[in-house]
Design a protein around this ligand. Sequence first.
Ligand code: ARG
Length: 263
Amino acid sequence: MFGLTRARKTAAVLAATAAAAATALLTAPAAVAAPQPIVGGTTTTTTAYPFMMQITDASQDQFCGGTLVSPTKVVTAAHCMVGESTGSVRVVGGRTYLNGTNGTVSRVSKIWIHPNYRNVTSGDDVAVLTLSTSMPYTTAKYVSSSQTSVYAAGTTARVLGWGTTSQSGSSSNQLRTATVPTVSDSSCRGSYGSDFVASDMVCAGYTSGGVDTCQGDSGGPLLIGGVLAGITSWGEGCAQAGYPGVYTRLTTFSSLVTAQVNS
Ligand code: ARG
């Protein structure tokens, strides 16, 4: 088992660590690189990616990402929803900044978690939220169950999120994005052994690391050709050489998601 941590539930600890790190940086040599986004990407906006949703608590504090796939349905990770209830969660669209107050806030009327979900390294890390209020934003298409070739090793995939910009860093106030190549199942098995369940997961990242999703990005999209093909799920640390990010393989769950979208 790897040292997995779950989203922003650890936000207080992360913030304290970040404050200590920031203080240390004041006296650190100039050669210390600034932490990069997501890890290693660029800033973007919800105007550029209108289907990118913040999943927040009732105080609108973001702890995961989600993807709008119909005006009232959001795809996210099952592990983001563990311990949550319809009353404890909000979905916020059209808000590029974590500290913004703009956009559209919706309550959640139903949380569907894959019935077999147990933990991220067993797979089935998918959930669908039904919104009480329609989101006036362009939705994302998602892969159909037959589109398994989208994951061919080396394919460029895009990730998005407000997650931490380094393994023990703090979240990004502005939405960030990065591109990462998909990794073959055999290579990912080499990294993670039996924790990698090829039927349910797909890996993406550079062999040398440096670019990755991180804590707080979970639930957000892995886009291939602009289409939702994965959900940020887990990894050993973040952006470490030899340990790519692991994403829910959405083709496996596409029919189940469609059943929820149409329900
Ligand atoms: N579990 C994390 C979350 O809940 C996502 C971690 C992704 N890790 C990675 N190395 N890609 O936000």
